[in-house]
Design a binder for this molecule. Structure first.
Ligand SMILES: [Zn+2]
Length: 119
């Protein structure tokens, strides 16, 4: 992958990262405003529900952030976009769809790995 492509994906990943961080901040401020307006049991229950939801999202976001950091590290080492199976360059089209993938299409098919979040 050439420097221009690496820079393109670096920008792309940094945008993803900042959008996750902004979203996380929005959730935090929503939690704060919800806490101030609690007046009865029902609202406490619904607050607990939304707290659970934000914890769930937080974990998913944390996983995404981990993958973004890992990809940024690969960009730094100029190994981003290289298939970990065969060492060939993964197509830019595939990387746009799955920016965290470690394998090219043919290696992915060989592995037949269906775990969610692998990419
Ligand atoms: Zn491969």
């Amino acid at each position: 992958m050439n420097t221009a492509d690496l820079n393109f994906f670096k920008t792309f990943l940094l945008e993803q990262k900042s959008s996750i961080l902004n979203k996380t901040n929005e959730f935090r401020s929503q939690d704060l405003s919800a806490r101030e307006s609690i007046s009865d049991e029902a609202e406490v229950a619904s607050r607990d529900l939304s707290m659970n939801l934000s914890i769930h999202l937080h974990e998913r976001d944390r996983h995404a952030l981990y993958q973004i950091e890992r990809a940024l590290g690969k960009i730094h080492n100029k190994t981003y976009g290289q298939c970990e199976g065969c060492g060939e360059d993964i197509s830019a089209k595939r990387l746009m769809a799955r920016p965290f993938t470690d394998l090219c299409v043919s290696c992915m098919e060989e592995h037949e790995d269906t775990r969610p979040f692998l990419n």
